[in-house]
Design a protein around this ligand. Sequence first.
Ligand code: FES
Length: 124
Amino acid sequence: MSTYSKTVIKHFEHPQNAGEMDTPDGEGTVRNPVCGDQMQVMLRISEGRIKRMQWLTRGCPPAIATSSWTSEQVEGWTLEEAEALTREAIAEGIGGLPKDKVHCSVLAADALKIAITDYRNRKQ
Ligand code: FES
């Protein structure tokens, strides 16, 4: 664990917003085909903004940490702001990742985008 930043360790040991959400407004699931880790994002959306993001992640410490960090960040963001959140910004936000773990930030970025698309599709 010493190769991880303090932020990664903090979010891994005390994950925020983890768990199921009743009747989410949008949801998305991503699975990394290489390692098999998986993340599900559930969103509560109101007036074009994310009121709450909850998540279920089965994966490595950075996957858990990026899920937790992202769920805190996007609260109150517009959908457009959340869609613009890149995997690089997530990795930077949690204080960087070891080279062989950089791909772990992909789950949160991609699952969030899929959940927003799911919300938009449901509204049509
Ligand atoms: Fe698979 Fe981290 S090792 S997401």
